[in-house]
Design a protein around this ligand. Structure first.
Ligand code: MCN
Length: 775
């Protein structure tokens, strides 16, 4: 920055919102193209069955149906399968993983309810959907396995017949001497938790439209996605075209939450059909179809053993993860449990550590990224385990955390998983949260209330660190146009995060121009050809930095031209209040308009800029590690098991912030995602592999009345890995929140001998735990 920031750090309302709030957004389903046809997908009603025959003749002869195609028609025409974006060999080692082929339409057998079997294209959507029932499929149902532990057992039904078992991969990391640590420890505990399966619920279900131009042999693909660049890069080869022949557009996207950070069968089928039928094709999912066809999240069983000396200082940790990865490897499926493993140290200074992970195929929808992706699981098991150890040793859970945090002087901290925690002051965030919640008095109140009839009080603490800001690079070109408009072409692909506003703030400060002269373009590979998209809370630290560096480069170009006009040295130039002048001589100045006109007219020094533009990628210098402490206070009615959240204080640290309003929004939304898991959400399969929670009536989403106003505070510990010192915030609060609520619930009932409650904390589950405590 030059001079004090005016926009960065200010609570600027989102520039995106007026359009969205007045119905002027443009989502995939708003795109209407002449002669457009509509696709519907026939999905398996069985979780596991052999396909004998698919007879499409009756459906094909239905009025309005244009074509009916199966995997036999489409798969051989593709140059590959649905992609997996994980370096499987690099992560798991040669031959130590299974990577089953994943075709957009299955041919041999179906492996989960919802597995796509055939497609119909018709003149309108209703015809396409109603004709689905005229496709006849002869299935031979097979035994089903939906549970990861059951799928690992001898004799379990095998999801992919080319192998003997369902073990998808194993991953292990170890440091120090864990066995010795446990043998010599004063106290050891073991806790097993279930991190239940979740379903992402962006407001806009997935939708895809594609058009093929035979003349130029190129596609335009509109899709409701977080990752237009990755889709172009991975699907163009499968469609047999060069990347620049698959223009991929993510228009306005109504939320993603990780679920849309994937590459789906429909994103391949729709362009394929557009080319095959020589007509634009459109598909939009219903909510129930989304539940059966978009990836699910979490679904881990985590077993943690902790060992401590007599003071409560951790001497060892041993984590076992059993990850249900569903039927296929989707784009990042095998990476998600590994992300749990990467965060095996949590916020704690533990000398001896081991982590074993097994990924397991089952007859369920594939599991992949959902807000936090692997890191909520790591924090949840850690924070539940720390509370268990605190109870076991009779140490206050806050005090136990304090004794074990990685101290500030140990940063940057190399982890045994070869990452570098950039910066952290864990105790400062904890102290701030304790102060706001008034911890001491709350504990007194809790003790008093236990002696009385009525509701009991519980206090839950969760301290977290997470890994985000993934590289390796990002684009963020900046150009000052002839009329003074500044155009930013970002490689990030916002779908609710407010990048247009934040990137404008960065540029407005760097160039000292008004916000409304800045246009931020994104999500279209023809307009912003370079990019790595939005996931893993990477956009601000990596994409925001790219924008900053390019804006600064344009400013330097401006200085060169201004110096020429003022007959001064470029090194003496300063930009203040939007004007260039010699440092200390503000009266003689030139404006951006003067600089733009001079550049356009060639009135620049020799070798000076011919345009005011910079489009260098930012090569990142490592991930960022936001952290914080969340504290939840609950009241439980021991007669009914009903739980009420009384207060929620969170202290999050994502370094300096670009826009506090947006960050607060990210934290509020993130907390609700985490508390939703702890409180009510769960994707449930029956023994035949039917998704029982297949509609919003059955899948319990959190609602506003369940929560108090969140009390959100921050500490600010800059990261050294980027010039603004910023860390990501999009997932942090989801990662920190679920354990705070569950710890509070267990704490409320600890005097009754309750030591664990699995999520979601339904009244029935809490009531049963109280009943079986016997007190
Ligand atoms: N920000 C800031 N200061 C910081 C850090 C971030 O002002 N120190 C701002 C950023 O400029 C950006 C927002 O906060 O506008 C989030 O930034 P970042 O943490 O970099 O995360 P991403 O933009 O990469 O977004 C991804 C993240 C993820 S992984 C999920 S999942 C998620 C989330 O964002 N999904 C969301 N937040 C979501 N919010 C909405 N509305 N919808 C989703 O689908």
């Amino acid at each position: 920055m030059e001079g004090p920031p005016k926009f960065v750090g200010a609570k600027i309302k989102r520039r995106e919102d007026p359009n969205l709030l007045t119905g002027n957004g443009q989502f995939v389903t708003d795109i209407k193209i002449d002669n457009m046809a509509y696709m519907a997908v026939l999905r398996s009603p069985f979780a596991h069955a052999k396909i004998n025959i698919i007879d499409t003749s009756e459906a094909a002869s239905t009025d309005g149906v244009i074509a009916v195609l199966t995997g036999a028609d489409i798969n051989p025409e593709l140059n590959g399968t649905l992609p997996v974006n994980v370096d499987l060999e690099g992560i798991f080692g040669e031959g130590a993983y299974k990577d089953p082929p994943h075709y957009p339409l299955t041919m041999d057998k179906v492996r989960h309810v919802g597995d796509p079997v055939a497609v119909i294209v018709a003149e309108d959507a209703d015809t396409a959907i109603s004709a689905l029932e005229f496709i006849f499929v002869d299935y031979d149902p097979l035994p089903v396995v939906t549970d990861a532990e059951a799928a690992l057992a001898d004799g379990a039904p095998v999801v992919h017949d080319q192998w003997q078992d369902n073990e998808g991969f194993r991953w292990q990391v170890s440091g120090g001497d864990v066995e010795k640590a446990f043998n010599e420890a004063h106290t050891t505990i073991e806790i097993r938790v279930i991190n239940q399966r979740l379903i992402g619920n962006p407001i806009e279900p997935r939708a895809v439209t594609a058009q093929y131009d035979a003349g130029s042999e190129s596609f335009t693909l509109w899709t409701s996605t977080q990752i237009p660049h990755l889709i172009r890069d991975h699907l163009a080869p499968v469609l047999g075209v060069a990347g620049d022949k698959l223009r991929t557009i993510a228009p306005d996207v109504g939320g993603g939450f990780g679920t849309k950070g994937d590459i789906y069968a429909e994103e391949l089928l729709v362009p394929f059909l557009a080319r095959h039928l020589k007509r634009p094709v459109h598909w939009v999912s219903t909510r129930s179809e989304d539940y059966l066809s978009s990836v699910h999240g979490r679904d881990q069983i985590d077993i943690m053993r902790l060992a401590a000396d007599e003071t409560g200082k951790l001497v060892g940790a041993n984590l076992k993860v059993i990850a249900n990865t569903g039927a296929y490897n989707q784009f990042s499926t095998p990476l998600i449990p590994v992300l749990t493993g990467w965060m095996i140290e949590g916020v704690y200074d533990v000398p001896n550590i081991n982590c074993d992970i097994v990924g397991v195929f089952t007859n369920t929808v594939s599991v992949d990224a959902y807000r936090g992706a692997g890191r909520p699981e790591a924090t949840y098991i850690w924070e539940r385990a720390m509370d268990r150890l605190a109870t076991e040793m009779g140490i206050d859970p806050v005090e136990l955390r304090r004794r074990n945090f990685i101290p500030p002087e140990k940063f940057p901290h190399e982890t045994i998983t070869s990452f570098k925690y950039d910066s952290g002051e864990y105790e400062r965030a904890l102290d701030k949260a304790l102060e706001f919640i008034d911890y001491k008095n709350l504990r007194q109140e809790q003790a008093q209330r236990r002696g009385q009839n009525g509701c009991v009080l519980g206090i839950g603490v969760s301290s977290y660190v997470e890994i985000c800001g993934f590289g390796p690079w990002e684009a963020g070109g900046v150009e000052m146009e002839d009329d003074g408009t500044v155009v930013v072409t970002t490689g990030t692909s916002p779908h609710g995060q407010g990048h247009v506003t934040c990137w404008s703030q960065i540029v407005a400060d760097a160039l000292q121009v008004p916000l409304d002269t800045i246009v931020v373009k994104h999500g279209d590979t023809a307009v912003c050809p370079k990019g790595m998209d939005t996931y893993g809370s990477r956009s601000a630290p990596v994409g925001g930095t790219a924008v900053l560096l390019n804006a600064e480069a344009v400013r330097e170009q401006g200085k060169t031209v201004a110096a020429h006009l003022l007959e001064a040295a470029a090194g003496d130039m300063e930009l203040s209040a939007g004007k260039f002048h010699v440092r200390g001589v503000p009266d003689r100045s030139v404006s951006w308009q003067d600089v733009v006109a001079a550049t356009k007219g060639g009135n620049v020094p020799e070798g000076g800029p011919t345009e005011l533009i910079s489009d260098e990628n930012f090569d990142y210098n490592g991930e960022t590690f936001p952290f914080g402490t969340h504290i939840c206070v609950v009241e439980i009615d021991t007669e009914t098991g009903d739980l009420k959240i009384l207060r929620y204080v969170c202290v999050d640290d994502c370094g300096p912030v670009i826009n506090p309003l947006i960050v607060e929004g990210q934290i509020f939304g993130g907390v609700v995602c985490g508390l939703g898991q702890a409180f009510c959400e769960a994707a449930i399969y029956d023994e035949d592999g039917n998704l029982v929670t297949g509609t919003m009536m059955d899948y319990a989403l959190p609602k506003a009345h369940m929560f108090p106003t969140f009390e959100s505070h921050r500490t600010e510990t800059p990261t050294p890995v980027n010039p603004m010192g910023i860390k990501g915030i999009g997932e942090a609060a989801t990662i920190g929140s679920a354990p705070a609520l569950v710890n509070a619930a267990v704490d409320a009932l600890s005097h009754l001998g309750v030591t664990n409650l699995d999520m979601p904390l339904t009244p029935e589950r809490i009531w049963s735990a109280i009943q079986s405590s016997g007190r």
